[in-house]
Design a protein around this ligand. Structure first.
Ligand code: NAD
Length: 354
């Protein structure tokens, strides 16, 4: 049997604990210990039975530690990752990888110089709702997709921690924007985004955004609306996807939803009907058997594949499932989103290849 790779978790907070839980199912990795900058967190980890590294230097010096997971606040990722790679460590980093493209380039430069690997935990690629939409698209169930709305909405505001602070890379664009942008770019990987318009909300009065709306236009004509809100007591669907012969909706994480496809031609003459105080045939519902309704397909996902892939990547047996050029593109769009919101303008996205 292959020797397990030794791992240290950096940052014993919400996400750090989640990593530890998930790693229980990853036989390729042995968790050697936990380090947190706060003594109370170290103590808490100790009480849960984890071996503790007293200092960051102790982690870096330990030759048994091959992999680090950085689950610390956003602004710490770049400096910690760079230092770790210069000490020979392989790095899994929480999202957002960094707060800017320039900083990300320093990280990937360090990876290049040291021959180490750096992979970002874009775990929401494994969300079932996203995989369902991906599958409907791959199987061409809806015809050519011309519009996607992807949302995450809550009603609890932003947690009262570093997420409310600019210096730590707080705000919803960094927090959830990276996931939504990452997924939409993958969904439309056959084309590319050509323009972006973003509108950030500050309903709660913090110094960082508590939500956003981003509109992306793609070269093939498709459009996407990405939306995050933290003051939504009634949620609108997480996914609403329109193709030329069908529409899909996924309401929530419990995967309530359906899709409807056309049986015949789009333009089927209808009799005008009364709706509200008016008359319409354009908007007449299809109650004539010209469409079929389907349940959402069943998909199975396992986010722990992420860690297994990283081990394979280190051993030179696989390509990273989350590629650094993909992460860089997401960070580039985040920068453009901030710029668009600040100027209230649509920003054209220049392709580096052109
Ligand atoms: P948290 O505040 O709960 O935990 C962060 C921990 O890091 C704290 O215990 C803190 O003491 C520690 N810390 C801070 N600076 C440190 C340093 N220099 N060295 C060592 N420890 C340090 O935050 P969280 O919610 O766990 O978020 C951590 C990271 O995980 C963030 O980047 C966040 O965006 C990300 N995250 C990702 C997901 C996801 O689904 N991928 C979900 C939640 C959070």
């Amino acid at each position: 049997m292959r020797k397990k790779k030794g791992l240290a978790l950096i940052g014993y907070g919400g996400m750090g604990k989640q990593h530890l839980k998930r790693l229980e199912n990853v036989s390729e990795i042995a968790v050697l210990g936990v380090y947190d900058i706060k003594s109370a967190k170290k103590q808490a980890a100790k009480e849960q039975g984890w071996n503790i590294f007293e200092t960051w230097e102790e982690v870096l010096r330990d030759p048994a530690v091959e992999i680090l997971i950085l689950a610390t606040p956003n602004e710490t990722h770049a400096p910690l990752a760079i230092e770790a790679m210069h000490h020979g460590k392989e790095v899994i980093c929480e999202k957002p990888a960094t707060l800017s493209v320039a900083e990300f380039d320093q990280v990937t430069q360090a990876a290049k110089e040291t021959g180490r690997h750096f992979m970002v935990h874009q775990n929401r690629r494994w969300d079932e709702n996203y995989r369902i939409i991906q599958q409907l698209k791959e199987e061409d169930r809806l015809g050519e997709i011309f519009s996607v709305e992807s949302r995450v909405q809550g009603s609890r505001g932003i947690p009262d921690d570093w997420r409310r602070l600019k210096e730590n890379g707080g705000g919803m664009l960094y927090d959830w924007g990276v996931h939504l942008i990452d997924r939409i770019l993958l969904l439309f990987r056959e084309t590319k985004p050509v323009s972006i318009f973003a509108d950030l909300s500050y309903v709660l009065g913090h110094e960082v955004d508590d939500g956003f709306r981003i509109r992306l236009a793609f070269k093939n004509g498709a459009r996407a609306l990405l939306e995050v809100g933290t003051v939504n007591f009634i949620q609108t669907p997480e996914w609403y996807v329109c193709g030329k012969i069908g529409t899909a909706v996924i309401e929530d994480y419990e995967l309530h939803g359906r899709y409807i496809t056309l049986n015949g031609k789009l333009a089927k003459e209808a009799q005008p009907i009364e709706t509200g105080a008016g008359l319409t045939k354009t908007m007449a519902p299809r109650n004539d058997g010209s469409t079929t309704e389907f349940s959402l397909p069943y998909v199975q996902t396992d986010v722990t594949d992420f860690y297994r892939n990283f081990v394979e990547v280190i051993d030179g047996h696989a390509e990273p499932v989350v590629k650094n050029e993909e992460v860089r593109q997401v960070l580039h769009l985040i920068e453009l989103a901030f710029q668009s919101a600040a100027t209230n303008q649509v920003i054209l996205i220049e392709s580096e290849a052109e």
